[in-house]
Design a protein around this ligand. Structure first.
Ligand code: GAR
Length: 204
C-alpha cells in the first residue's frame, strides 16, 4: 500500500479543525497522517491536542525571530524535518510571507469560515451578520500571496438565521469546516486536485 501523505498543521488556537483531521486520519483507509503541528502561540490548545495524540507539537515563538521571513523559514525547516507533503492552516492567525508561499505553492491549504471571496480576513461571521446575508458557509482553498484568496477547493453553505449571533453562526459553520477539511486533505492525498489558473478542478 502507498505510504500515507504526511501533513503538517499550523494552528494558533482551539484546534478543532486539527482534531477533525486527526479523527479522520485515525481511520485505516484515510490516505494522510498528521506528521507535525506547529503553533505561534505557546498556550494553543492545538499543541495540547497534538501532544495527547502522540503527534510532534512545536511552538515557534515569533519573538525569537528578526522578521517574518526568518520566522517562516523556521516553519519550513520544521515541516521539512518531518517530510511534510501538505501544509494545512487550521486557525493559523499569522500571514505567511511570499517566500513561504512560493516554496510551498500548491501544497498549502487554508480553511475560512465564509463563502469566499465574501468576507475574508478577521471576524468572517460578524461580517456575514453585518451584511445581512441569508447564506454563509465554509471554504477550503489553496494559499496564495493574498489574505484568504487563492484557488478554491471545496465550499459548503449554511443558512443564516434571523436570530443568529456570531456564536450560533460560527458553530453552524464550524460543523461544515470539520466535514470539509478532511475531505479536501483526502482529495489532495489521492491526487484528485488540479490547479488550473485560479481554479481547482476536482476529479471526483
Ligand atoms: C476556524 O473557524 C477557521 O475557519 C478560522 O479560525 C477558526 C479556527 O478554529 N480561520 C480563519 O478565520 C482564517 N482566516 P479551530 O482552531 O478550532 O480549528
Amino acid at each position: 500500500m502507498k505510504e500515507p501523505l504526511r501533513v503538517g498543521v499550523l494552528a494558533s488556537g482551539r484546534g478543532s479543525n486539527l482534531q477533525a483531521i486527526l479523527d479522520a486520519s485515525a481511520r485505516a483507509d484515510f490516505p494522510a497522517r498528521v506528521a507535525v503541528v506547529v503553533s505561534d502561540r505557546e498556550g494553543a490548545r492545538a499543541l495540547k491536542i497534538a501532544a495527547e495524540r502522540g503527534v510532534p507539537a512545536v511552538f515557534l515563538n515569533p519573538k525569537d525571530f528578526g522578521d517574518r521571513e526568518a520566522y517562516d523559514a523556521a516553519i519550513t525547516k520544521v515541516l521539512e524535518a518531518h517530510q511534510v507533503g501538505l501544509v494545512c492552516l487550521a486557525g493559523f492567525m499569522r500571514i505567511l510571507g511570499p517566500a513561504f508561499v512560493r516554496a510551498w505553492r500548491g501544497r498549502v491549504m487554508n480553511i475560512h469560515p465564509s463563502l469566499l471571496p465574501a468576507f475574508p480576513g478577521l471576524n468572517a461571521q460578524r461580517q456575514a451578520l453585518d451584511h445581512g446575508v441569508k447564506i454563509s458557509g465554509a471554504t477550503v482553498h489553496f494559499v496564495d500571496e493574498g489574505v484568504d484568496t487563492g484557488p478554491i477547493i471545496l465550499q459548503s453553505s449554511v443558512p443564516v438565521q434571523p436570530d443568529d449571533s456570531e456564536e450560533t453562526l460560527a458553530a453552524r459553520i464550524l460543523a461544515e469546516e470539520h466535514r470539509l477539511y478532511p475531505q479536501a486533505v483526502r482529495l489532495f492525498a489521492e491526487g484528485r486536485l488540479r490547479i488550473v489558473g485560479s481554479r481547482v478542478i476536482v476529479e471526483w
